[in-house]
Design a protein around this ligand. Structure first.
Ligand code: HEM
Length: 426
């Protein structure tokens, strides 16, 4: 038996999801239970699950190789190329994952903490005071700079400036419907018509690639840097593969981490009792970051494209369909997180961890940048709170809105910043 789901046409389900994803999914969960099907227009149907146990059964399909990469390939390949850990499967994926994992381990990234703090301090100093602005955009400037300096290892001021201008354009155009949804067979012809968005995207991509390939060549000539690119050079990957992985880390790690930070402040500015305990209590800060990603997970799904039929919760899902957790539903399961609507960092104190906490997905495809993301969030929250006092102009919580594969605060976390009054000395 197939999992149940809405009966109206796929085009209407897709349109509803794009307008109000949480509304559609919560309604399906109430009506059909922990396993249900959404039918997409132009893509295979997707089975969403709402508990940790069911999610783990889907993640277990990674053991046989699985097709997590294929689930993303069509949209991402123009941007990340053919050699990206995001879109590869099987042995090719395993080889790339083996190269990317060591430079992104907790121990390695811990060495970046001081430089992350310095980058944050530099950017925070330029924030406007006394008038509202969207915090998410400012956080993206910080996370982009971290990628340019610590992942790409670029130090030359001219190249840094060019990348600061080019990379946001690359991400915007590469993530736009006009590029991501263009069928592969039309990419060749579309690329040769200069007035089309696809051709403009190719131009930006060529400019970024020229810098990255040149940087790879230079760094091979002077080995020994501590940035991620330098560490990848010894891993056996070729230049094209390294280029694709650098863009992969940009795409996977830039907007996600900035949005996580935006949610952290969206919550903190409405919860004075939590805010008061920050930023100097290290373990509480860590718990706040984890609770933010529980209560407001940035990435809402971690789908697998099934290469074999899967029996799940009493249903049979055919090969060729997508299946995976709808992460916000798993995080709202009261069996896993009592009183799930409450923001309670205490859940994560004293090393407590729940298998239902899955903001970074699971199985063998678990987010390779999770340790870097958690470190960035802790360090940047601390730097902001040491330097500025932030308030929300409106105390009503910000709703969630869909931004590519992420849920972002509807107003991108509107805040007003004031200089922090120096602590009074007796
Ligand atoms: C708060 C920030 C972040 C969130 C919420 C997040 C979330 C995720 C999720 C849900 C997945 C899919 C896992 C799965 O399919 O089971 C993923 C994969 C991935 N993430 Fe992250 N991520 C974040 C930050 C980062 C950062 C900073 C980097 C690197 C610099 C990164 C690199 C990747 C890569 C390369 C993959 C693909 C892994 C694979 O398929 O083997 N992410 N991430």
């Amino acid at each position: 038996m197939l999992p149940p789901g809405p009966r109206f046409p796929a085009i209407a389900q897709t349109a509803w999801f794009m307008r109000d994803p949480a509304g559609l999914i919560e309604q399906c969960h109430r009506r059909y239970g922990d396993v249900f099907t959404i039918r997409w227009f132009g893509f295979p149907p997707e089975v969403y699950v709402a508990t940790a146990e069911l999610a783990e059964q889907v993640f277990r399909t990674d053991q046989g190789g699985g097709l997590a990469g294929a689930a993303r390939r069509d949209f991402l390949e123009p941007l990340v190329g053919a050699h990206s850990v995001l879109t590869l499967d099987g042995d090719a994926w395993a080889g790339h994952r083996k190269s990317l994992t060591p430079p992104l381990r907790a121990k390695q990234v811990a060495g970046y903490a001081d430089e992350i703090a310095a980058i944050a301090a530099e950017k925070i100093a330029a924030w406007p005071l006394g008038r509202p602005f969207a915090l998410r955009d400012r956080m993206q400037e910080i996370t982009l700079e971290i990628i340019i300096r610590l992942i790409f290892g670029i130090r030359d001021a001219g190249r840094m400036g060019r990348l600061r201008a080019l990379l946001p354009r690359l991400i915007d155009s590469g993530g736009s419907m006009a590029v991501a949804m263009l069928p592969a067979r039309l990419r060749g012809p579309a690329g040769s018509l200069p007035f089309l968005p696809y051709a403009r995207f190719l131009k930006v991509r060529a400019a970024v690639d020229a810098i990255l390939y040149d940087e790879i060549r230079r760094r091979r000539a002077e080995p020994g840097g501590t940035d991620v690119l330098s560490r990848l050079l010894d891993s056996g990957l070729g230049d094209d593969e390294i280029r694709d992985e650098l863009i992969t880390l940009l795409i996977a790690g830039h907007e996600t981490t900035a949005t996580g930070l935006a949610w952290a402040f969206e919550r903190l500015l409405r919860l004075p009792d939590v805010l008061r305990r920050l930023p100097d209590d290290e373990s509480y800060l860590d718990a706040v970051v984890k609770e933010t990603l529980r209560a407001r997970p940035v990435v809402y799904e971690a789908p697998r494209l099934l290469d074999a039929p899967l029996r799940l919760g009493g249903y049979d899902i055919p090969a060729g369909w997508y299946a995976g957790p709808f992460i916000p539903l798993v995080h709202q399961d009261p069996a896993a997180f009592p009183s799930p609507a409450e923001f309670r960092p205490e859940r994560f104190l004293d090393g407590q961890q729940s298998r239902a906490w899955m903001p970074f997905g699971g199985g063998r495809r678990f987010c390779v940048g999770a340790q870097l993301a958690l470190l960035e969030m802790r360090v940047i929250i601390r730097e902001v709170l040491h330097r500025l006092e932030l308030v929300a102009p409106d105390q009503a919580p910000e709703a969630r809105r869909l931004a590519n594969v992420t849920f972002a605060p509807a107003e991108l976390t509107r805040v007003i910043a004031r200089a922090r009054t120096p602590a009074r000395t007796p």
